[in-house]
Design a protein around this ligand. Structure first.
Ligand SMILES: NC(=O)c1ccc[n+]([C@@H]2O[C@H](COP(=O)([O-])OP(=O)(O)OC[C@H]3O[C@@H](n4cnc5c(N)ncnc54)[C@H](OP(=O)(O)O)[C@@H]3O)[C@@H](O)[C@H]2O)c1
Length: 295
C-alpha cells in the first residue's frame, strides 16, 4: 500500500488519510514553508487549533497551492475560553476567517473539563459546547465533529448525549504513552484514536532514549521516528507528526513499505509508561487567554 492509497474509514463512512500533518507551533512563526512543503509532499489532512495561531498560515498555504479546497481535510479546535453556546459561534467564525474558508472538515473541543470541578459542571459545559458544534454541522459550517484529550469518562458523557457522533479523539500517543484504556474505549465505540505528539516531540527522554526503537530501526532500515509511526498505524491509530525540515516531512510518509511483527508491537506497547509530555486532562486546567477575540 502507498500513502496516497492509505485511508481510515470513519464512523460516518467518510475517509481520512492515515497520516496527517501537525502545525503546533513556534517553528511556523510567520513561515508558510513547512506547510507548503507538506502539501508538495502529498499531505492533505492538516491539524491546527485556535490556540496555535497557525490557522492563518494553513489557510494561506491551501489557498495559494492552487489545489481545490475540497481535496484538503482541515481540522481545527476551539480552546477552553471559547466553550459554551455563544463561545462556539464566535470561535468558529474567527477560525473560518483565519483559515480563509467557509467550512471546517473536523471541528474539535481542544480539552474537556473547562470548569475543573464539580463533575456536573464540566459535563454540562462539554455538552453545551458540543451541542453548539452540532448546530454548526447542521448549518453547513462544519462537516464532522471530533474531540481532543477526552479520556473514557469524558468521551462517554458525549456519546451518551450527542446527536452527531464524534468521528475522532485526539490523544497524546506514542511508545511510552500508550493510553491503552482510552484507545480501547475509542475503538470499542468506533471513534478513531488520533495521536498527537506521535514522535514524543523529539525529546531525548521520550521515545528516542528507548533501546528497542534503535534495534528495530536497524532491522528495517528506517529511522526511529518511522518505526514509531508504523507502530501507531498498526495499532489502528492515526498519527499527525509535525516536521519543519523537508527531509522529515517526506520521511514521515515513507512508512508503508514494511510491517512490524506482533511481538514487536507488544514490546513497544509494553514500554514503561513514564513519558507523558502534555498535561493530564483530569489534573490540568488550561490557561484562558486574555482576549481570544483578537486572535
Ligand atoms: N490536541 C492537543 O492537545 C495537542 C497537543 C500537542 C500537539 N498536538 C498536535 O500534534 C502535532 C504533533 O505533535 P508535536 O508537534 O507536539 O510533536 P511531534 O510531531 O511528536 O514531534 C515534532 C518534532 O519531531 C521532529 N521530527 C519530525 N519528523 C522527524 C523525523 N522523521 N526524524 C527526526 N525528527 C523528526 C520535528 O523536528 P523538525 O521540526 O526539525 O522537523 C519536531 O522537533 C502538533 O503539531 C499539533 O498539531 C495536539
Amino acid at each position: 500500500m502507498k500513502f496516497s492509497e492509505a485511508f481510515y474509514t470513519l464512523n460516518d463512512g467518510s475517509k481520512l488519510p492515515m497520516i496527517g500533518f501537525g502545525t503546533y507551533h513556534e517553528e511556523f512563526g510567520n513561515n508558510l514553508e513547512p506547510i507548503r512543503e507538506a502539501i508538495d509532499a502529498g499531505y492533505r489532512f492538516f491539524d491546527t487549533a485556535s490556540l496555535y495561531e497557525t490557522e492563518k498560515y494553513l489557510g494561506t498555504a491551501i489557498r495559494e497551492s492552487g489545489i481545490p479546497r475540497e481535496e484538503f481535510i482541515v481540522e481545527t479546535k476551539l480552546w477552553i475560553d471559547e466553550m459554551g453556546r455563544e463561545g462556539v459561534k464566535k470561535a468558529l467564525e474567527r477560525s473560518l476567517k483565519r483559515l480563509q474558508t467557509d467550512y471546517v472538515d473536523i471541528y474539535m473541543i481542544h480539552w474537556p473539563r473547562e470548569t475543573g470541578e464539580p463533575e456536573e459542571a464540566w459535563k454540562e459545559k462539554d455538552l453545551e459546547t458540543y451541542a453548539a458544534m452540532e448546530e454548526a454541522v447542521e448549518a453547513g459550517q462544519v462537516r464532522r465533529l471530533g474531540l481532543s484529550n477526552f479520556l473514557p469518562h469524558h468521551l462517554d458523557n458525549i456519546l451518551k448525549n450527542c446527536r452527531i457522533k464524534p468521528v475522532v479523539d485526539q490523544l497524546e500517543l506514542h511508545p511510552g504513552c500508550s493510553q491503552e484504556a482510552a484507545v480501547a474505549f475509542c475503538q470499542a465505540n468506533e471513534v478513531l484514536p488520533m495521536a498527537w505528539s506521535p514522535l514524543g516531540r523529539g525529546r531525548e527522554n521520550a521515545i528516542i532514549g528507548n533501546a528497542i526503537l534503535p534495534q528495530l530501526a536497524k532491522k528495517y532500515g528506517k529511522s526511529i521516528q518511522q518505526i514509531n509511526l508504523r507502530f501507531l498505524l498498526q495499532k489502528g491509530i492515526l498519527p499527525i507528526p509535525k516536521a519543519s525540515s523537508k527531509e522529515h516531512i517526506k520521511a514521515n510518509l515513507d512508512v508503508f513499505d514494511f510491517e512490524l511483527t506482533q511481538d514487536e508491537i507488544w514490546m513497544l506497547s509494553a514500554m514503561p509508561q513514564n513519558t507523558w509530555l502534555g498535561e493530564h486532562p483530569d489534573f490540568f486546567i488550561p490557561t484562558k487567554r486574555s482576549n481570544p477575540g483578537n486572535l
